[in-house]
Design a protein around this ligand. Structure first.
Ligand code: C5P
Length: 301
């Protein structure tokens, strides 16, 4: 048995988030096009007397260290499936914005799952890991898979998508988080009494990903949760405007927010848009990244 296993897991941006009407179970059917981006958390699993979690990073104080952390739940679910005790220490080196709409919590769940599987020598199949991921949360399967994928159902049923090039992004990190259930609740309020169409993936968007065409992707970005996120956090409008003024090709709230995403033409544009966003004073900080990024991967010891 190894002494420590470290797994690196990417953040995501939703390049299309089409949201249907609320289902009887409270979830929403989605056509959710995930794209993994090169901001990563690292989860290290080491043997311990009992399940414990620590976290380091600029936002570490905002990460719950109890059993509500998806990393802890992942260890518990995996151990329960194998009839063993989840005696592991999980250390999260956090670089993905917390509660930002970039699936940071989901990344830690997928990372802990893969790290514990390797630490405990379980060699679980991909299918079995994906089943546990889906149990952990709608975005967790994609954190394991990475790359690009269309998520249907509540977002957990994945079809991997081809990506024909590298896309350059800037992410503006807002002060404080937004609760995903609250944003979906606001979506329900804003769409009450209207006919919410069935969510479907945009052929133009899938084509833009396949051909690696940044201009076409910029024209096709959509997020049905954006009005709800802006309604709960009106100050995000100023961040989006600052990005447009700085020359971003397209702007978007990332998932349920409050992180905002800016698609730019190349690495140089990314640096200048990030600097302009920071100088605008409309966000806490800005990060540059590229996509696609690989899914969860065990790092060499
Ligand atoms: O699946 P996950 O636990 O990440 O979802 C968090 C919350 O986001 C859910 O409790 C629900 O309120 C909302 N959600 C939804 N429809 C989805 C995914 C999430 O309403 N497809």
């Amino acid at each position: 048995m190894s002494e420590a296993v470290t797994v690196r897991v990417p953040a995501k941006v939703n390049v299309q988030l089409a949201v249907g009407a609320a289902r009887p179970d409270g979830f929403h059917d989605l056509a959710n096009v995930f794209l993994a981006v090169s901001l990563y958390d690292e989860v290290t699993a080491t043997p311990a007397e009992t399940l414990t979690i620590t976290c380091e990073g600029p936002d570490a104080d905002k990460v719950p260290l109890d059993r509500t952390n998806l990393a802890a739940r992942a260890a518990e679910l995996l151990a329960a499936r194998h009839g063993i005790s989840p005696d592991v220490h999980l250390h999260i080196a956090k670089d993905i914005p917390v509660a930002g709409g970039m699936a940071g919590g989901s990344a830690d769940g997928a990372g802990a799952l893969l790290a514990c599987d390797a630490l405990w020598g379980l060699n679980s199949s991909r299918e079995s890991l994906l089943e546990i991921c889906a149990e952990l949360g709608s975005d967790v399967p994609f954190s394991l898979v990475g790359g690009a994928a269309l998520g249907t159902g509540r977002g957990e049923q994945l079809t991997e998508l081809p990506v024909g090039g590298t896309f350059h992004w800037v992410f503006a990190v807002a002060d404080g988080g937004l609760s995903t259930p609250a944003v979906y609740g606001e979506f329900d309020r804003l769409t009450e009494g209207t006919d919410v169409p069935e969510p479907t993936a945009s052929p133009a968007l899938l084509d833009a990903l396949r051909t690696g065409d940044t201009t076409a992707l910029a024209a096709a970005l959509t997020n049905d949760l954006q009005p709800a996120a802006l309604s709960l956090r009106p100050s995000l409008a100023a961040t989006l405007t600052a990005g447009t003024d700085a020359g971003a090709l397209a702007t978007l709230v990332s998932g349920s927010g409050p992180t905002t995403a800016f698609l730019v033409k190349d690495a140089e544009a990314a640096e200048s848009v990030a600097a302009a966003l920071i100088a605008s004073g409309t966000c806490r900080t800005a990060r540059v990244a590229t996509s696609p990024a690989p899914g969860a991967v065990v790092l060499p010891a």
